[in-house]
Design a protein around this ligand. Sequence first.
Ligand SMILES: C[S@@+](CC[C@H](N)C(=O)[O-])C[C@H]1O[C@@H](n2cnc3c(N)ncnc32)[C@H](O)[C@@H]1O
Length: 355
Amino acid sequence: MGPPISRNLHRTAKKAPSKGPLKASKAKAPVPETEPTSSLPVDLQQLLLNIFRDSFPERLATDIKPLLQEIKGHLYNRDFATAFGKEEYLETYALRWSPSRTLCYLEILHDLKDELKPFQNVSQETEVAEWNIVGLGGGAGAEIVALGGLMQFLSPTDEEQNIKLNIAAVDIADWATVVTKLRAGVVNKPPLSKYASAAAQASNKALTNPTSFDVTFHKLDILSTPPATLTTLVQNAHLVTLLFTLNELYSASVSLTQKFLLNLTTGLAPGALLLVVDSPGSYSTVSLNGTEKKYPMQWLLDHTLLTPDAKGNAPPRWEKVVEDEAKWFRLPGGLRYPVELENMRYQLHLYRRCG
Ligand SMILES: C[S@@+](CC[C@H](N)C(=O)[O-])C[C@H]1O[C@@H](n2cnc3c(N)ncnc32)[C@H](O)[C@@H]1O
C-alpha cells in the first residue's frame, strides 16, 4: 500500500479514503511568519481567556508550576487516570491547556460557519431554535468556552434571543466541577473590581444568558459505552466533536475506536456533522496478519467512515465536507493571561452523516 495523497485545505465532497500506511516522521516546526494571526476580535478572545482566569482563582493564588510539573509527568507516562484524577489537577490542566485551544476552536467554528449552518432556519417568530452539540472528550472545557464565544456571532444582541445551544460534554475523567465553573463564566457577567467606573459597570455583559446556553456533563468511557447509551446521547446531535481526543482513543485501542466510530455512525441522524481536530502527523500502530504497521490517524478515520461496504451496494454513510492536513492557529498580539499560551498546529476533518 502506498502513502495517502497529500492534501491541503479544501472544501470537498465524498472523498474516497487514501491508502496507508505512511512512513514519514513527525517534525516539530516553528510557526512560519507568513501565517496570519487570528482575525477574530481581540476583545472577545481576551474575554474568553478571562473566563479561565476567573474560574479557578484558588489555583492562581499560588504558584501553579509544581502542579503543572506533576501533571506533565503523569501525561508523559500516559497515566491519564492519575493526571485527571483529582480536582486540583483538573483545574490546573484547564488553566494551562484549555485557553489556547478555546481560541483556536473559536476560530475553527467561526471559519466553518457556512458548513455547520447553525440556526440557518431560525424564524423571526418567538420559537426557540436549538443547536445540539456533543463534545466527546470535551471535559476540559475548551469546546464549551469556544461555543460561548461563538454565541457572539450567532446572536450578537441579548434581547429576544431565540436561539439556544445544548452542549453535552462527555469525558472519561470527572470534569463535572470544571464544566460547571466554566459554563458559569460564559453565562454570568465577568467580575469587576469594586473600583470599576460606572461606564465599565454599565457595559459589563455576559457572553450569553443562562437560558440560551445549556451544558451537561456525562462521565463515560466512550470506548466501552454500550451502543444504546451512545445512541441516546447523540441521536439528536447536530454536531459531534472529537477535539484532540481521537488520537488518544486510537492509542488506547484501534479496534475499540473503530467499533466506537461505527456505533456513533449508527446513532447519529442523517445530516449530523462530525468535527475531528488533532495534532497533524498522528500515527497509530495496527497489527495485521502478525505484522505491525503505523497508520496515520486520518487514514484510519477515513477508512472507517468512508470505505464502501465490500459489495459496494450500500449507500455511503458519511461524506467528507472539509479537510485540512495541517493548519496553524496563531495568537494575536496584546492578549493577557497569567499562564503560558501557545500557537497551535492541527489537522481538521469535517464529515456529514449521509441519509
Ligand atoms: C487531550 S485532551 C483534549 C480535551 C479537549 N477536547 C480539548 O481539546 O481541550 C483528551 C480528552 O479526552 C478524554 N478521553 C480520553 N479517552 C477517553 C475515553 N475513552 N472516553 C472519554 N473521554 C476520553 C480525556 O479524559 C481528555 O479530557
